[in-house]
Design a protein around this ligand. Structure first.
Ligand code: SAH
Length: 463
């Protein structure tokens, strides 16, 4: 982020603009929405600027800018539509301590004005750091269409009403009240009766919320997918949007946690305060405890919660405590990884079944039906298989698997630092150790990346 978005307090402060043509007017139309004191310096201002000056919306100085004109200005706009004059006036303003924007000159500007959706006091600012004005306009149009015109009015009334709502306990009850007001009762009252209908609606709504019985907590057990936020389901996104508390695994990426509601309490159940890893019973207790306080808890698990996710223990704890829950599936590492190597998990005439196996379980290296796996054409996705690689390799070879069977390791699937390592069963170790994997990795036994598969097929044809 090269530009940090902030909202600047400009009420009563000076903003100076040099220029009197179209560029100046475009900026002035925006600036006149603020409560700043505007000064326009222009030798030849347009008739509109004259009019605005006569209406007292700005102060007009009819000459070219001179040193001293930008003293005490918070912001300065050079909108002369002339590079030389822009540079000259900007230098004056800069020397006098104003933050400078030169219209249509990103490189020499100290700040830029975003595209704005105005539902004052609700303001949405959209910026692309000059990279894509078309995109900014499209996003603005989209948000304009989504936000009702009455929103600003509702927000102003809501602000005055805030103290009255303090009778509701902080947290979820208050949030529920406001959500109901802004998105349901408020717009409805405004549509039915106009501005005068809004306050009575707020009062009735408050009575309803005071008398409503306590809302019970709820837990969503959500699959976060392999890491790329775009691989989240919409249901997962919506759950994150509503969460009071997010309890997540070690493998859940920060980009995904960013999507959680701003006020949500985020708890890392992979570490934080509990040593390197938290015992499952403690996680169960933590989820139950937060839900019992009436919170909407999102239990966020990497991949799909039903795959090596210890989901059943958590479900049992929720059932014992009689807490409502919902399971939201996610894209498991095997699905995401196989897409990255251009293969299918199952394929006609190759493998009609695929096994999802774990390298180790609570007791140590996990045992499997090695004999069945060693048969030609078998495919397995090995989760948590880094430490057990040599064990798995040994077992498979011992049970007669072909040493040339392809093995593909994919580390950090769907993330910027993803790596694909193609090898064979014979070379699985030391390849894995040599690769010095640091991120989560999944191993496909019996699958090569599509390109490599095509290549080896060709080689065989020529042999
Ligand atoms: N529920 C998860 C699996 C949890 S077990 C899922 O459905 O994907 C943890 C193992 O999942 C890791 O050891 C690794 O083998 C695999 N895994 C999870 N995320 C991964 C990722 N982004 N890249 C590669 N492997 C991943």
């Amino acid at each position: 982020m090269q530009h940090f978005p902030i909202f600047l307090a400009v009420a009563g402060r000076r903003i100076v603009l040099s220029g009197g043509g179209d560029a100046a007017m475009a900026k002035l139309r925006l600036l006149m929405k603020t409560e700043a004191r505007l000064t326009v310096i222009a030798a030849d201002p347009s008739p509109e600027i004259h009019r605005w000056a006569s209406e007292g919306k700005l102060r007009l100085v009819r000459r070219a800018m001179q040193p001293g004109d930008a003293i005490c200005a918070a912001l300065f706009y050079a909108a002369n539509e002339d590079d030389v004059e822009d540079a000259r006036t900007a230098a004056i303003a800069h020397a006098e301590g104003a933050l400078v924007n030169i219209v249509d000159n990103l490189a020499d500007s100290q700040f830029i004005t975003p595209a704005i959706v105005d539902r004052d006091p609700v303001t949405v600012a959209i910026g692309t750091e000059g990279a894509a004005p078309v995109l900014a306009r499209a996003i603005k149009a989209d948000i304009e269409a989504r936000l009702p015109q009455s929103l600003g009015l509702l927000a102003r009334i809501g602000k005055r009403f805030r103290h009255a709502v303090e009778v509701l306990p902080m947290g979820r009850k208050r949030r529920d009240y406001w959500a109901d007001f802004y998105f349901n009762a408020g717009p409805k009252a405004f549509d039915d009766k106009g501005e005068s209908g809004v306050i009575p609606a707020l009062e009735t709504l408050l009575d309803d919320h005071i008398t409503a019985t306590d809302t019970a907590g709820h837990v969503d057990l959500v699959g976060a997918g392999p890491g790329d936020p775009e691989l989240l389901t919409l249901k997962a996104r919506n759950a994150l949007d509503k969460a009071d508390v997010v309890i997540h695994d070690r493998l859940v990426t920060s980009e995904i946690l960013e999507l959680a509601r701003r006020e949500a309490v985020i708890i890392d159940a992979g570490k934080e305060g509990f040593g390197t890893s938290m015992a499952q019973e403690d996680i169960d207790a933590l989820i139950v405890e937060h839900a019992q306080q009436g919170h909407h808890v999102v239990r966020l698990k990497a991949g799909d919660p039903t795959v090596f996710g210890r989901l059943d223990e958590e479900l049992a704890a929720l059932e014992t405590a009689d807490i409502s829950y919902r399971i939201i599936p996610g894209i498991t590492a095997a699905s995401a990884a196989v897409a990255q190597i251009g293969q299918s998990l199952t394929k006609r005439h190759r493998n009609s079944a695929v096994r999802l196996i774990t390298g180790h379980d609570t007791k140590g290296y996990a045992d499997h039906d090695w004999k069945a796996l060693a048969a030609p054409g078998e495919v397995a996705a090995i989760y948590m298989g880094k430490k057990s690689a040599r064990f798995i390799q040994g077992r498979l070879l011992m049970h007669g698997a072909d040493p040339a069977t392809p093995v593909t390791i994919i580390e950090n699937v769907s993330r910027a630092n993803q790596r694909i390592i193609a090898t064979t069963l014979a070379e699985m170790e030391p390849t894995m150790t040599n690769a010095a994997l640091t991120g989560p990795a999944i191993t496909f036994y019996g699958l090569a990346p599509r390109d490599a598969a095509a290549q080896s097929l060709k080689l065989r044809e020529f042999a």
